[in-house]
Design a protein around this ligand. Structure first.
Ligand SMILES: [Zn+2]
Length: 452
């Protein structure tokens, strides 16, 4: 028997992230989109069920390309509310070093639940803390991803350059290169899925120039090439980082990236703020992607990603909420709104449209993680969809529904489908007891900072 066909019928508005007309909705069959229905038409395929979307705005599921789930345990922690990146990290490292498996599982679940409720269907996470007893941190996250039914790229982060060797993190939070590589290889072999419709993927993600050795950068790039997985790291986030690279390596950040074999289309960077014109061109030629994290960049006063210059040079731009100790929300729609406003300060109102920003959060983000099967509404793409109602007070009196999502501040999807399955219905995550999760997560968060 063939899979059931569902017509998501006549949305109030639809953003496809391409030039296709789906004004009459989409037909979902199994895990994929089978047909786009033009305005005023009916599907040519016979459908078993109809979902009336006439009061909802339809989007491709949003894609978050940078996060540190564990940081939901240290949101709005008073000692780091008003400091920039380096002192922020130095005060947080000892707290984060106390992370255990239960706390990480709860933190990951909270972050993903928050993302899901904001219309996110695919997320990445950059986990780079593996204190003693937490060697299987990524395995812990794999279980949570499965429970929530999201698509995920879990990046095996790493820190190998401790304070004693001139790095930023304390010695007890770093691992040996060999340990990192062995675990990276194990995770790829065990969990990395390939091809269209992959639910879970692994990428390699040495943390940043000031927390890993050049050797682990080089070795990770080689391993990623051999295993055909993607590479991710923080780069050009702050001027402190740029100065660190100049002092330690005698190189600017992009030169450093090139020197360790990362200047290629396997790589996507978080932040990408402090580039000069020639570096922007080089990144574009190499096919590197950049994840823009506006809230984190504003909160830590790091600077502003030159998104349009990067795009003009051929760099794909995606969107990320970044870790919850520097955002402190995991809401991808909220992030898109902030991106719109922040980028308008640099490029003006005409260049930064709601459609452009939603494009970053969908198709752009998909490119960053090397996916062509998600991030847009088109025939054959995965049925990852988000529907937003606009019946709240904040939308009353609004006219253009797509613009209203960002301008009026949509924060919560009403329905979210991933791979043809409803994961959020009527604003609730299917099968998740949110109050219970919050209560357990709050306890774990309190414990983590106790007596620090
Ligand atoms: Zn980050």
């Amino acid at each position: 028997m063939s899979a059931q066909r569902l017509w998501i019928k006549n949305p109030r508005a639809v953003f496809t992230a391409n030039s296709h007309d789906a004004a009459g909705g989409v037909v979902v069959e199994g895990v994929v989109i089978r047909e786009l229905v033009p305005a005023g038409c009916e599907p040519t395929l016979s459908c078993d069920a109809v979902f009336d979307a006439s009061e909802r705005v339809l989007l491709p599921g949003l894609i978050n390309t940078h996060h540190h789930f564990y940081q939901t345990l240290t949101r709005a922690w008073a000692p780091v509310v008003n400091v920039p990146l380096f002192p922020w990290l130095k005060q947080l490292y000892p707290v984060w070093a106390r992370l255990d498996a239960e706390a990480l599982a709860l933190a990951s679940k909270v972050a993903m639940a928050e993302l899901l409720l904001s219309g996110c269907t695919t997320t990445t996470d950059h986990h780079y803390l593996f204190p003693q007893g937490m060697e299987e941190a990524i395995d812990v996250q794999v279980d949570v991803v499965g429970e929530l039914g999201m698509r995920a790229v879990l990046t095996r982060g790493s820190m190998s350059l401790g304070e004693d060797d001139g790095g930023l993190p304390p010695r007890h939070t770093v691992q040996q290169g060999e340990t990192i590589l062995r675990d990276s290889e194990r995770l790829i072999k065990r969990y990395h899925q390939r091809g269209e419709g992959a639910w879970l993927q692994i990428a390699l993600a040495p943390c940043s120039p000031f927390s890993v050795t050049s050797e682990i950068m080089r070795d990770s790039a080689q391993l990623a090439q051999r295993e055909d997985v993607r590479l991710h790291t923080h780069l050009a986030e702050t001027l402190d980082e740029e100065n660190f690279c100049l002092q330690r390596f005698g190189l600017r950040t992009v030169d450093y990236l090139e020197s360790v074999g990362w200047l290629n289309d396997r790589t996507w960077l978080a932040h990408g703020i402090h580039f000069d014109e020639s570096e922007i061109q080089r990144l574009g030629r190499a096919g590197v992607g950049v994840c823009h994290c506006p809230v984190s960049n504003m909160r830590l006063a790091s600077g502003m990603c030159p998104t349009v210059d990067l795009q003009n040079a051929g760099v794909a731009i995606g969107l990320g909420v970044d870790g919850s100790a520097s955002n402190d929300a995991s809401n991808i729609m909220y992030e898109a709104r902030q991106a719109l406003y922040l980028q308008r300060l640099r490029y003006g109102a005409q260049a930064i449209t709601p459609q452009r920003v939603l494009g970053w959060a969908t198709q752009g983000s998909a490119k960053l993680i090397g996916r062509s099967d998600i991030g847009e509404i088109a025939v054959g793409k995965q049925a990852d969809l988000a529907l937003f109602a606009q019946d709240e007070l904040r939308f009353s009196g609004s006219h253009d529904p797509i613009s209203a999502l960002l301008l009026c501040g949509a924060e919560r999807a009403e329905h979210v489908m991933i791979g043809g399955k409803w994961r959020v219905t009527d604003g609730n995550i299917v099968g998740l007891d949110v109050p219970e999760l919050i209560s357990r997560h709050r306890k774990a968060a309190k414990k983590l900072v106790a007596d620090i």
